[in-house]
Design a protein around this ligand. Structure first.
Ligand code: TXA
Ligand code: MG
Length: 401
């Protein structure tokens, strides 16, 4: 995780400030001393009840002072987020949870916190008396995370208050992995944006409920299930699939999200030259659809060969407006099949790039479900249009808004 210590939005340039209609957009240099003034200003906004978007190692967050109920309520308005969906509270110090934030710190929290904080892990524990109901959505628990990104930690420390922050996207949209994504979704609703370049992990934190034993996996994320289970010496329980008539374990799990504008079909990659993806691509192209295919390198190769349709590729981390004829399918490559971290880093960029490419149909090819590949598949299932996960299983595991 050594790379998490470095960041830069501006290729080493000095801190720059862009003034939008309302918000300030600070382009950070990656040099803690030069960035300190911007971070202090952003912390001042938080202390005065403002909304500040900031980078974490997973995705950009939309932050407010977690102890200020009216600031917290502004998050829900800005995102268009259902009020029954609680927020994660971010702390700066892995060993120092602010007084009154939690009522109890179970042994499993201690063990997992020691192993993975600072980092992409969120722990659900009994809530303390100082947490406003707006943060917990009235639940008796609170979700706590100590992020690893140096800007996130410096901001929270400078604000001297825990920071409530969901992902800084409009509700339902793919999570933002760079400042421009935040600006596109929320530029007119925030007070400040700290831009430290693309986020290194690319998918949100793993959420584990440690109020029960064995702990329950509420959302797969940046720390893998394999890592957690090795640390606990114990298999995690899986959250039950949400039923409409019951409150969900992680309320975010009942909503569809991460979705691009076009319908997304999640399909198995071609095998032996056939499969539903081959048929779907041929039919959609014949019907004049603008198809974007998201998948691993080898699977895009196999699909192009099996369908006899060339699929020009771009790397979603680099290209935003690919110069490809609208009559051709466009491939957004997540990376090789055996590199799940690469796939995770590109996933949300690819889903947003599909929108920029004006896709009318997104065909997503399933990735191997190992390590972070499970997280990638969790997000793809949540993004898939109703009933369009042929042969891939149902969207039964939790997600987040
Ligand atoms: O990586 C992340 O976790 C990012 C960055 C910004 O830290 N944050 C993030 O927050 O993904 P959000 O709000 O997009 O997703 C949080 C998820 C939601 O599904 C919510 O329902 C769940 O966490 N959650 C929050 N508090 C909870 C609680 N007390 N019990 C169960 N689930 C909770
Ligand atoms: Mg979210």
């Amino acid at each position: 995780m050594e790379r998490l210590g470095r960041y830069s939005a501006g290729g080493g340039r000095a801190v720059g400030v862009v003034k939008g209609p309302r918000a300030r957009w600070w382009r950070l240099s990656g040099d803690a001393r030069r960035d300190a003034a911007a971070i202090q200003e952003a912390a001042g906004l938080l202390r005065r009840g403002g909304l500040v978007a900031f980078p974490t190692e997973t995705v950009y967050g939309l932050g407010a002072d977690a102890l200020n109920p009216s600031a917290v309520r502004r998050i829900f308005v800005a995102k268009g987020r259902p009020p029954d969906n609680p927020l994660i509270v971010h702390v700066a110090d892995p060993a120092g949870i602010p007084a009154g934030l939690v009522a109890e710190w179970p042994a499993a929290a201690r063990r997992l916190g020691e192993a993975f904080w600072p980092g992409p892990l969120t722990l659900v524990v009994p809530a303390g008396p100082r947490v406003p109901a707006a943060v917990t959505a009235g639940q008796p628990t609170v979700a706590v995370r100590c992020p690893a990104h140096p800007v996130a930690r410096a901001l929270i420390a400078a604000a001297a208050t825990p920071v409530a922050a969901p992902s800084a996207n409009r509700s339902g949209r793919p999570s933002p992995t760079r400042a421009q994504d935040v600006w596109d979704d929320l530029g007119d609703a925030i007070d400040g944006l700290l831009d430290a370049g693309p986020t290194p992990v690319g998918v949100e934190s793993t959420i584990v409920d440690v109020t029960r034993w064995p702990p329950v996996l509420l959302r797969p994320g940046g720390v893998t299930v394999e890592q957690l289970e090795a640390t606990l010496g114990q298999a995690l329980q899986r959250a039950a699939p949400p039923r409409p008539e019951e409150p969900a374990a992680a309320p975010g799990m009942k909503y569809r999200h991460y979705a691009p504008e076009a319908p997304l079909w999640l399909l198995p990659p071609p095998e032996d030259g056939t499969g539903p993806a081959v048929e779907a691509l041929q039919r959609a192209c014949a019907a004049g659809q603008r198809v974007v295919v998201v998948g691993c390198r080898e699977d895009l190769d196999a699909l192009a060969a099996a369908s006899h349709i060339p699929i020009p590729r771009v790397d979603p981390l680099i290209a935003e407006q690919p110069a490809v004829l609208p009559s051709r399918p466009l491939g957004l490559e997540l990376g090789p099949r055996d590199r799940p971290e690469e796939q995770a880093r590109r996933l949300f960029r690819a889903l947003r790039a599909a929108d920029h490419a004006a896709a009318t149909l997104v065909l997503a090819l399933a990735v191997p479900e190992r390590g972070l590949g499970r997280t990638v598949m969790n997000r793809l299932r949540k993004a898939a249009a109703e009933g369009r996960c042929a042969g891939i299983g149902r969207p039964e595991d939790p997600g987040g808004v």
